[in-house]
Design a binder for this molecule. Structure first.
Ligand code: TQI
Ligand code: ZN
Ligand code: ZN
Length: 168
């Protein structure tokens, strides 16, 4: 079953059209940006929310950045595996990914790197947090707090959909 953050924070009703931007210094490829766009689309498909890429990082609602180690928010990244990414609860919008991971953008199962992490799987999960979902106790859910290494899990489960539709 789905859960929420304490006090159940959400993006306010006046903000249904959210913008997201990538930290310019990361210089992400269009392929990587497309993975995030697809991940957002999974959530906009089941909510009244929309997500539009903005080229202005500082004013975007959702700020996506890859960092390594300590990046001055009190939640340092830890190198390969361990913590992969974190996102803050609404209406914060910070979405950080560990730049030390071996991110794969196609199919993690096809990767020969043992520590490969599927980017879309992590992005869909973190967007759930950005929107106000906590973890789910249901193994099929995107918001279940573990994923088998090398796995790709990107489809919202009914549990995720029920949770997000309660909020929005
Ligand atoms: N990052 C944790 C996560 O996103 C950070 C975290 C721990 C957290 N407890 C939290 C965030 C409570 C919000 C609320 O869950 S992680 C997975 C999964 C991580 C883990 O790097 O461990 C995914 C990131 F579910 F696979 F284990 C993405 Cl998909
Ligand atoms: Zn961070
Ligand atoms: Zn999580």
């Amino acid at each position: 079953h789905y859960s929420f953050f304490p006090y159940r924070p959400t993006w306010p009703p006046s903000k249904r059209d959210l913008t997201y931007a990538f930290l310019p210094a990361n210089q992400l490829s269009d392929t990587v940006k497309a993975v995030f766009a697809h991940s957002f689309a999974r959530w906009s498909a089941v909510t009244p929310l929309s997500f539009t890429e903005s080229s202005v990082y500082l004013t975007a609602d959702i700020k996506i950045a890859f960092f390594r180690g300590d990046h001055n928010d009190g939640e340092p990244f830890d190198g390969v595996l361990g913590t992969l990414a974190h996102a803050f609860s609404p209406p914060d919008g910070r979405f950080h990914l560990d730049g030390a991971e071996n991110w794969v953008v196609d199919d993690a199962r096809k990767s020969s790197i043992p520590s490969a992490v599927d980017l879309e799987s992590v992005a869909v999960h973190e967007i759930g947090h950005l929107l106000g979902l906590g973890h789910s106790s249901q193994e099929e859910a995107i918001m279940f707090p573990t994923i088998s290494s090398g796995m790709k899990k990107v489809e919202l489960a009914n549990d995720d959909i029920q949770g997000i539709q309660f909020l929005y």
